[in-house]
Design a protein around this ligand. Structure first.
Ligand SMILES: [Zn+2]
Length: 319
């Protein structure tokens, strides 16, 4: 049992964290021996490319579009190596408090097998055709962009997702509005990016489709748009993710640090890092922070968590 203070979006709660029951019990006395928070939910990853760090600096298209650099690297790396590196990458992120990864799994059924049974990975598969989509058992389906794929295939897979009660996710508005209408026609359950389509952002918000921002990835490609994050921070369906593992580590602590310099609302950033549990109805874990380093003399532990907490501050991750 740990005694301390739980960091929440509504403020600090004092009490006991009981690992055997996975629950936090409030106390009447104020304790600050440790700080606690929920674990983080990374709402968008491509973990496979952890096997080829670091990404060369090039245009979005050349790097990640079908037949681009990334696809060539994936094709030339064995499934065993991919699995080993994905496992390592998630172990590292877990030590830093990120326990769940909503992962865009490229490569159809075979791609899906690579992450089978790995802790914390919630796979969204990318079937090559409708037959494959029928066979796949996963949390959902996900495609790169409406402009990259055959419209008929996307529509069919969308239908299959609905029937099998799986979610359907797609990238949109990453470099312009060109693929947003195509994405919306599919009535997606989840949109990734929208950073470069401020014009249609309000439509998506009205439709209450969850949106995932990946600010470090946007910055890498020169597509950073702070204005959009500032709108999204107040959106009840906003989450954050780390995108390609060859570009950014899947630890959400680092994603939060980066965002905290762009938008002045650390509570909104913290909420976006844990919102996945509520939206997808999943169980979170707890992170225990010691008070030896960054949390020694802080007047606002939530701000410290969002702005600078690191692996050194983490005493335990309870899942
Ligand atoms: Zn992505």
């Amino acid at each position: 049992m740990w005694r301390g203070a739980l960091i929440t979006e509504e403020g600090i709660k004092h009490g006991y964290l009981i690992p055997s029951e996975m629950k936090f019990e409030e106390s009447r006395l104020d304790y600050r021996d440790f700080y606690f928070s929920k674990t983080f939910f990374n709402a968008h990853t491509h973990l496979g490319d952890a096997a080829f760090k670091e990404a060369p600096r090039m245009d979005l298209e050349k790097l990640v579009a079908p037949n681009g650099y990334k696809q060539k690297m994936l094709n030339s790396t064995s499934p065993e190596v991919l699995r080993r590196e994905i496992k390592k990458e998630t172990e590292f992120a877990r030590k830093c408090g990120t326990s769940h990864f909503l992962d865009f799994r490229e490569g159809g059924l075979e791609g899906l097998k690579i992450v089978e049974g790995l802790d914390g990975i919630i796979a969204l598969a990318r079937p090559k055709n409708a037959d494959e989509a029928e066979k796949i058992q996963a949390f959902g389906f996900a495609y790169s962009s409406a402009r990259d794929h055959d419209e008929e295939l996307l529509k069919k897979v969308r239908e299959i997702a609905k029937r099998k009660k799986m979610i359907f996710a797609i990238h949109a508005g990453e470099k312009d509005c060109g693929d947003v209408e195509g994405a919306l026609e599919l009535q997606p359950d989840l949109l990734i990016h929208m950073n470069c389509c401020e014009e249609m952002l309000r439509d998506v918000i009205t439709m209450e489709i969850p949106i995932v921002s990946c600010a470090r990835s946007n910055a890498f490609f020169g597509l950073l748009n702070t204005k959009v994050y500032k709108i999204l921070k107040d959106y009840d369906f906003w989450m954050i993710g780390s995108d390609n593992a060859m570009i950014a580590s899947p630890s959400l602590l680092e994603e939060m640090h980066f965002l905290s310099y762009l938008i002045d609302d650390d509570t909104a950033i913290f909420k976006a890092a844990i919102r996945g549990y509520e939206l997808f109805n999943m169980k979170y874990g707890y992170v225990v922070y010691n008070r030896n380093y960054n949390f020694r003399r802080t007047n606002d532990p939530l701000k410290t968590l969002v702005r600078r907490a690191s692996a050194m501050d983490i005493e335990a991750v309870i899942i």
